[in-house]
Design a protein around this ligand. Sequence first.
Ligand SMILES: Cc1ncc(COP(=O)(O)O)c(CNc2cc3ccccc3n(O)c2=O)c1O
Length: 436
Amino acid sequence: CLIICISTSVCDPHPLCLYLCEAELQQRSPPSMISLAGGAPNPNTFPFQLASIKMKNGQTLTFDETVMKRALQYSASNGIPELLTWMKNLQKNLHNPPTAGYAPENGQMDMCVTTGSQEGLCKVFEMLVNPGDNVLLDAPTYSGTLATLQPLGCNLINVPSDQHGMIPAGLKEVLSQWDPSEVHKPGSTAPRVLYTIPNGGNPTGASMTSQRKQEVYELARQYDMLIIEDDPYYFLHTYKLIHVMSLCIWQPWAPTFLSMDVDGRIIRTDSFSKILSSGLRIGFVTGPKPLVDRVVLHIQASTMHTSTFTQLMVSQLLHSWGQEGFLQHIDGVIEFYRTQRDAMISSADRWLKDVAEWHAPSAGMFLWIKLKGIADTQQLIMKKALEKEVLLVPGGVFMINSSDPCPYVRAAFSLSTPEQIDEAFRRLSSLIKEAL
Ligand SMILES: Cc1ncc(COP(=O)(O)O)c(CNc2cc3ccccc3n(O)c2=O)c1O
């Protein structure tokens, strides 16, 4: 196993790695292999025997005794092979990444399963960011990312953005304080990492245009930066599903950074939370193999791997659906959120147009609302709104400095009914008017 560890993964023969490599080795060994190596528990002692999960389309996913024993056992840190293979084929079909054809040592596209994309983000930032590093991102941004980055002691630099996402001219201005020809000099403080949410941004709902992505990617090339493409709302875009010769392809509203990555400088996090289940905690990191290998090392040293049970459950579903079935499911999800978004926009027009302003999102599940005449929404939302029994998120939590005054609030249109949204905005309207 020691030899196997060195040859098949980048981990040094750390005892834990030996242990987990053994699990991978066991999975690939012939039945004649007798292992006395791994300290894995004997699944015959587990109390669970069978499982069957009824799907809304009438299908049933079943775990017989053999599958159940595997589902309840440790598995490979990068993910179970059948789920990884299915996802790699989907990534290639959706994004056609240039790196898919590269040699491993030249940054070949690779993937690993993570426990939600939140874990992927956490492991990627742990891998890349050192105390004092300059990290670029377009604020307001996902509070979970801020919560991951701030303890790393890095310096978060805001890149200007608007309803179409990060503004390339703003990025160029921020980068102009460094000389691109000196970014590799020892001691250079030039940023190495740029983080953005390109579709249905949280909290702004902003989606980057193709033009902007191209320009941002070129600037990342010029300054040799990695781009963390955090894209959990990618599938919640107003994409049109196009059936071409029974091959299901997506006509993306704008190509992803992964689809333009000729250098192997994109690390992409995907999530099944908004399309299959948020509680199953299934996400993916896609990126150049040398970097994905190291993310897997961080997983080995923390959670070891994402639940084998949930991976097998999702893998069975995806294999029964195929890519076309998966994309057809997503069509239904898009339809739901489009209806929800339209309901929120019409209620905002009805109740808020004199006291607030906003941009209708083309993806995601959030409306970013600027309240007129109110410098900071924190008190209004955390006290007055609660008294009126309407819950929103004050914009400050999405800013790099949460104590800075922020006139925005985030409203999610994912859970409440159109009727509840309308009543909530009626209450919000009255409390804004009282506050003014
Ligand atoms: C841009 C961006 N990147 C990554 C993630 C993490 O998603 P994962 O794949 O499920 O791990 C997210 C999830 N965002 C949220 C999650 C959440 C969970 C409980 C309660 C509230 C929550 N609110 O408000 C959120 O915005 C996200 O928006």
